[in-house]
Design a protein around this ligand. Structure first.
Ligand SMILES: [Mg+2]
Length: 265
């Protein structure tokens, strides 16, 4: 039976290995070390970017602040007044979530129009190279990936970002943040165009990953993507990075791993 549940129920229903962040990350390194001794072909570590290696809320927050300062928000005084007082912590996964957190109900016509206008403003900026400058790398993530690389893994960054809109900014951030990149055994796979579906894109990229070597682990914050990888690569570790996630449904599964960050606990 295919059981469809909300993301929060999905987290509760999955029987994750009862390990701390550090224990999960050490296990990944240990498996790379072991694989390396068994084969001359480098084992593969597969990493998502948004909300897996990078905190992207600050990108949205910056865009919302710019919307406030622009003439495009001028006709929504009530909404502006509330957003001006908001803190970074009040930012939700989507602008609709954020409006809800702020007590701005879309049943109100000004709020509804403001949400539409701000989403349009946000959509023209969020998926662009220049705004990647506002992302924040999760503490400890570059060191974790660097160690995996040093132990002999091939690092594949697999992202739903698109090459035309975000390729340049993505490469520049990976280098700036000192992730292993632009050297042998590192690759970045982006969508060829914005319109492609993220899940399809990642599932198709898995065929390519199979040609590279044994997958040791995948890291993902979106449950459907993680489940898809776990079906395609049953032998590998699949690590749910429990940060933020969309409301796309996924089937609960046992045997997955979970971390809340790249540092202790
Ligand atoms: Mg992601």
């Amino acid at each position: 039976m295919s059981l469809k549940v909300s993301p929060l129920d999905w987290i509760r229903s999955c029987e994750f290995h009862p390990l701390s962040n550090v224990q999960v990350l050490n296990e990944v390194h240990e498996r790379i070390r072991t694989e390396r001794t068994k084969s001359s072909v480098p084992p593969v570590l597969l990493l998502d970017l948004d909300s897996t290696l990078y905190e992207v809320g600050s990108r949205s927050y910056q865009i919302l602040r710019e919307w406030l300062a622009s003439s495009e928000s001028a006709e929504f005084p009530k909404v502006r007044a509330r957003i001006e007082r908001m803190t970074r912590a009040e930012l939700g996964y989507s602008l609709l979530d954020t409006f809800n957190h702020l007590g701005l109900s879309v049943m109100d016509s000004e709020v509804e129009a403001a949400l539409k206008a701000s989403m349009k403003f946000w959509g023209r900026r969020f998926f662009t190279d220049d705004y990647l400058a506002y992302d924040e790398v999760y503490p400890g993530a570059p060191a974790f990936v660097q160690k995996a690389y040093d132990l002999g893994a091939e690092i594949i960054y697999l992202t739903g970002r698109d090459e035309p809109g975000m390729g340049r900014g993505t490469r520049s951030r990976l280098l700036k943040d000192q992730f292993p990149f632009d050297v042998d055994r590192t690759q970045l796979i982006l969508k060829k165009s914005f319109e492609l579906d993220d899940l399809d894109h990642k599932a198709k990229a898995s065929d390519y990953v199979k040609t590279r070597g044994n997958l040791v682990a995948s890291f993902e914050n979106e449950p459907p993507n993680l489940i898809s990888f776990s079906e395609i690569f049953p032998e590998a570790m699949h690590v749910f990075v429990d940060t933020v996630y969309s409301d796309r449904h996924a089937v609960p599964k046992s045997g997955l791993y979970r971390i809340t960050g790249y540092e202790s606990p």
